[in-house]
Design a protein around this ligand. Sequence first.
Ligand SMILES: [Zn+2]
Length: 199
Amino acid sequence: MSKFAEPMTRLIDELKKLPGIGSKTAQRLAFHILRSSDDDAVALAAAVRDVKASLRLCSVCNNITDVDPCVYCSSATRNHRLVCVVEEPTNIASIEKTKHFNGVYHVLHGLISPLHGVGPEQLRISNLLRRVAEDQVDEVILATNPTVEGEATAVYLSGELRRPGLKVTRIATGIPVGSDIEYADEITMLKSIEGRREL
Ligand SMILES: [Zn+2]
């Protein structure tokens, strides 16, 4: 028999499914929620429900958004001829932090990883190829992480994207090999974009 009442056990079990949350932390969070005001607990539940109900992927770039197309894709001041390809929506924030990138994005939602059975068909690549074919794109910057999977994905994409008049570039390795661009500081990220080389 569980040492907690059933609703408490259920909350702890759900919290434990979150990344980085073990049994101890899940219990601590559950008791915190139990002690919080009714308003706070309801606001938390509503925020969890709304994030699923109101957020979707941008039909152009696959970024997570509550409006479609997303703010970047619908912006009149951004350069739509310059497309930066990233692994996850969170990577956009790292590049936006530099305040020097005025192009638009394309989110793959993963990287090619033969080891984990992830092939190109599982990534959101088809709408990137369509964008490049239909839209007037001058340059695609491949800003996947400098890991084995990130490099493999960049190599694959550079082959798929190759066409006359399109420049395909790879961010410079100012970011340490094997690391995640999510944790790069603004200066490193900016230098990495500025130092990109043509593939
Ligand atoms: Zn978009």
